[in-house]
Design a protein around this ligand. Structure first.
Ligand code: FRU
Length: 470
């Protein structure tokens, strides 16, 4: 009798598992699944969207571009995850679904403390692009349950597009002027719109024609105040320094209506010198006035074909942005791992592991070469060249590069400052390496797909301290 019941249960289990494809696709144990980076449970993800910090519950909210039906890009939704520490992420139900006005492209969230939009005090308001065949428009939706579910405004869209690429609204509040400013990517420039109520918007100014890189479409802009300057973050695709997607930025001033860049128009400043750092934007309402950014860790050149199975793409670790002045007097953005990432560091270990953090102390007078390798002969070679003043990461033999001719690459960051000792920190996860230079003076993010983890390190010209990841 017992045996029959057991067999019946087993048959039932097989039938249920067979019917429910999702349970198979939710597998979290595939080799390239990141262990401490945010990734979707299953299916496709691109840009991080609408991040905000809720101080009442001390929760970091992260929404993202998501296609729930496949592991390739498709009709976009906003999916949602939350975290207490920027490391462990809990998946929440999809927050915003496509509707008759279009699919739901990238955008931002603000907390409307004074009920300027009329959806209630402290309403959480999402401002996003609706994309349809006839164009791109901006819409809004509000949440009264802490960002879990959203009600779309019946007057959508609130800003109609007049050109093909008219998207990715990032909104911030100017308390002094008592207004909201929206920065919008419009082909190869940004436009600033302003509003009292998030519903009716007036064009205030434009920026971009004479500055920066114009090798592709400008997307996902952001404007943040760092010290006494304003920094305009601007993602571009294609046109990145190593092909495809990348994030440039401009340093300048903001007078409440207009952004004036103080950079040399001849130079493009990059927020990250790797191939896999895109759609980077910052958290609204981050604590202690911090500027906390996160980027999509992939590149449109090959994001749809990378060799993961149940899901595609992961985000970078969270990074804090600030300003520094380089040896030549140029103001630049410093990018450091957000302090929350310190909690990752476990005990010191003697060999690299599939997930680990490596602190490198490298000579300021002789060139250092760091090689990470595995028993299959796959390797990543990093060179800090004190004569050329560069840090390079060569992933041409790092593992699987076969899925795209654009993947094998050597990426190079300029070292803007001289140091007696250069400090480089490497955050290594199952398919990524993020390198941060001394004091965050440069950052470099690259995917790698080794057939087994790199378990050997060789350092010429310096020393490595390796930490297990908790
Ligand atoms: C950037 C981007 C955005 C757009 C979204 C669509 O990666 O192209 O401009 O809103 O992705 O998924």
């Amino acid at each position: 009798m017992k045996k029959i019941a057991f067999t019946l249960m087993a048959v039932l289990l097989v039938i249920l598992t067979g019917c429910n494809n999702q349970s198979v696709r939710h597998a979290t144990d595939e080799p390239f699944r990141s262990v401490y980076h945010h990734s979707p449970e299953a299916n496709w993800m691109n840009d991080p969207n609408g991040m905000f910090f809720d101080e009442a519950t001390a929760t970091w909210h992260l929404y993202y571009q998501y296609y729930p039906e496949a592991t390739v890009w498709g009709p976009m939704h906003w999916a949602h995850s939350t975290s207490k520490d920027l490391i462990h992420w809990e998946h929440q139900p999809v927050a915003i679904y496509p509707d008759s006005l279009g699919t739901i492209f990238s955008g931002s969230i603000v907390i409307d403390r004074n009920n300027t939009a009329g959806f209630g005090e402290n309403a959480i308001i999402a401002i996003y692009t609706q994309s349809e065949i006839c164009g791109q428009h901006q819409s809004i939706a509000y949440s009264q349950d802490g960002g879990l579910t959203f009600t779309k405004y019946e007057g959508n869209p609130v800003l109609k597009g007049d050109i093909a690429d008219f998207r990715d609204p990032k909104v911030f509040r100017d308390e002094q002027a008592d207004c909201w400013t929206m920065i919008l990517a419009c082909q190869q420039e940004v436009r600033f719109y302003q509003s009292k109520d998030l519903k009716s918007w007036e064009l205030a100014s434009r920026f971009g024609a004479e500055y920066g890189c114009h090798g592709g479409v400008w997307e996902c802009p952001d404007l943040v105040k760092l010290s006494d300057k304003w920094v305009l973050i601007l993602n571009i695709n294609p046109g990145g320094p190593f092909g495809g997607s990348a994030t440039q930025y401009f340093v300048g001033n903001w007078d409440g209506k207009t952004f004036t860049c103080i950079d040399d128009p001849e130079e493009t400043k990059w927020l990250d010198y790797g191939k896999d750092h895109y759609a980077t934007v910052t958290w609204h309402n981050a604590p202690d006035n911090r500027c906390v950014a996160i980027g999509w860790m992939s590149n449109w050149q090959y994001a749809n074909v990378v060799p993961t199975q149940a899901f595609r793409s992961q985000n970078t670790i969270a990074r804090d942005l600030s300003l520094y002045t380089d040896d030549k007097g140029e103001i630049r953005v410093a990018v450091v791992p957000s302090p929350e990432n310190d909690a990752l560091l476990g005990k010191k270990i003697t060999r690299p592991a599939d997930a680990c953090v490596i602190d490198l102390e490298l000579s300021g007078t002789e060139t250092s070469v760091i090689t990470l390798s595995n028993s299959k002969g796959e390797k990543v070679i990093m060179t800090l060249d004190v004569h050329a003043h560069t840090f390079a990461m060569d992933r041409t033999a790092a593992g699987d590069c076969s899925f795209s001719q654009d993947f094998a690459a050597v990426t190079v960051a300029p070292l803007f400052n001289k140091h007696d000792t250069h400090h480089v920190t490497l955050f290594i996860d199952h398919c990524s390496i993020e390198a941060f230079g001394t004091n965050g003076e440069w950052a470099m993010t690259n995917l790698v797909f080794p057939s087994s983890p790199y378990n050997h390190i060789d350092v010429q010209g310096g020393k490595a301290t390796i930490y297990d990841v908790k």
